[in-house]
Write a protein that binds this ligand. Structure first.
Ligand code: PLP
Length: 457
């Protein structure tokens, strides 16, 4: 064995023994060890310890927006860490990167989203938004407004309130620890939300749930502008506006979970901008630092801030790493690079290249039935028969198998396991991807589907 090989083997043994992995089957992992051990990356590529190079087709967890090996971010982290890695922001303490980033985020955010509360990630951001919403209603003299509505197929994270808002069943099988008072509505029903009771889907839509529970008990509605982990579901035009109108009409806060969609992913800086909607609270994480540091937060509209700053007690909420100096410095640099290098525009342009690739895949493979892309957030849906929209039998793990074939060919994509018999593959590469790299990705998907077709016959 080479030195490198024995090192990889040693790490695999240690991993099996000591590292309990998130969202991983523990029994299989304890037996088989890590699937891949990453060591370095550049742009859309990551290498494993064997030196094999993979295309990172989902930006890891949809977060590495600027791609791997971005040395300016590394340099920024080094500089900030060398001066002041971290300071508390409790009891009025502050630091320059946290303040500068707050100003920058506010300048980028739509409408009057005019201040920020920092967290270390997306789940914490959503839990914070829930607590801010309830706190706001308490201050408004309406403490009974405590319930939340989320959408079916939503993913909002795994802390206890976020887990409850998440509706993907897999995330409830682990210690279903949720809070009460969260309801799940059928997604993306514009007419229902606009009040059309004759719509056959009316029962179980947001408006129906509000009528049944009473608007005076509902604190907020949370949704991803475009659902990510649930299968990349893009709402129809008019839907988010309808929800915004509904919230205004009934006095309910609109919470947008932009953890995936923020910072250029959809071809605009924020996902809600695709429909010109301003939420009351906007949760972000992931792309704010392109994964180079752990940071999330909630952007807050002026009317909520105005209410909160009237409060004379202590806002007793916050994380040790709220306003982390290094994380905030990295985020600022990340945003500076996104703007300087026209990354958001690139995401929009590459959407067209992706769509061309998808049309090719559709024309060549009968199973490629539905495709969708908004910026570089995209998905392919596989069906047994695209003419009749006949899904695969549930015994056929089409998305998992195509995912495996892609992996063998050194492309990482994300098989989505939501919905019985549904076979969705999510594709969301780093926003720095170019035309030729998209073609490379499409050609691997093409070969992988061909390989799967051979397995089927
Ligand atoms: N919200 C959305 C839409 C997400 O996709 C995620 C993570 O995938 C989260 C929240 C949770 O973020 P985190 O894993 O940083 O807690």
């Amino acid at each position: 064995l080479s030195m490198n090989q024995s090192r990889i083997q040693e790490l695999a043994e240690l991993d099996k023994k000591y590292f309990l992995h998130p969202t991983t089957a523990p029994k299989t992992h304890a037996e088989e060890g890590p699937k891949i051990m990453f060591s370095e990356g550049k742009g859309i590529f990551v290498n494993d310890m064997n030196g094999d190079s993979y295309i990172d087709g989902v930006s890891m967890l949809w977060n590495v927006n600027l791609g791997h090996g971005q040395l300016e971010l590394a340099e920024t982290a080094k500089e900030q860490m060398s001066k002041l890695a971290y300071s508390s922001s409790f009891i009025g303490y502050s630091n320059e990167p946290a303040v500068r980033l707050a100003e920058k985020l506010v300048s980028l955010a739509p409408g009057d989203l005019n201040s920020v509360f920092y967290t270390s990630g997306g789940s914490e951001a959503n839990d914070t938004a829930f607590k801010l919403a309830r706190f706001y209603w308490e201050l408004k003299g309406k403490p009974q407004k405590r319930k939340f509505i989320a959408l079916e197929d939503a993913y909002h994270g795994v802390t206890i309130a976020a887990q409850t808002a998440t509706s993907i069943p897999n995330f409830h099988t682990f210690s279903n620890s949720g809070i009460s008072d969260v309801f799940h509505a059928k997604p993306h029903l514009t007419n229902c939300e606009l009040g059309d009771k004759s719509d056959p889907n009316y029962e179980g839509c947001i408006r129906d749930i509000i009528e049944k529970e009473g608007a005076d008990t509902i604190a907020g509605i949370i949704m991803e502008p475009i659902q990510g982990s649930g299968g990349v579901h893009i709402p129809p035009d008019g839907y988010l506006q309808a929800v915004r109108e509904l919230c205004d009409e009934l006095g309910i806060l609109f919470i947008a979970d932009e953890v995936i969609t923020g910072f250029g992913r959809t071809g605009l800086m924020f996902g809600v901008e695709n429909w010109d909607v301003v939420p009351d609270l906007l949760c972000f994480a992931k792309g704010v630092t392109s994964g180079y540091a752990q940071l999330g937060g909630v952007l807050i509209r002026q009317h909520i801030r105005d209410t909160i700053v009237q409060y004379e007690g202590v806002l007793s909420h916050g994380f040790t790493y709220s306003g982390h100096a290094t994380a905030c410095a990295v985020a600022l640099k990340n945003i500076e690079i996104i703007e300087r290098d026209n990354i958001v525009v690139n995401a929009k342009m590459m959407e067209q290249e992706l769509k061309k690739g998808f049309e090719y895949l559709k024309s060549k493979h009968p199973m490629v039935t539905k495709t969708r892309a908004i910026g570089l957030l995209s998905a392919i849906e596989l069906y047994e028969n695209s003419d009749t929209n006949k899904p695969f039998d549930i015994s056929v793990k089409a998305t998992a198998q195509v995912g495996e074939e892609c992996f063998k060919r050194k492309l990482m994509i994300r098989p989505i396991r939501v919905g019985e018999g549904k076979n969705i593959i999510a594709i969301a590469p780093p926003l720095v991807i170019n035309k030729q790299e998209i073609e490379q990705m499409i050609s691997i998907i093409d070969e992988s589907i061909t390989a799967f077709e051979k397995i089927l016959t």
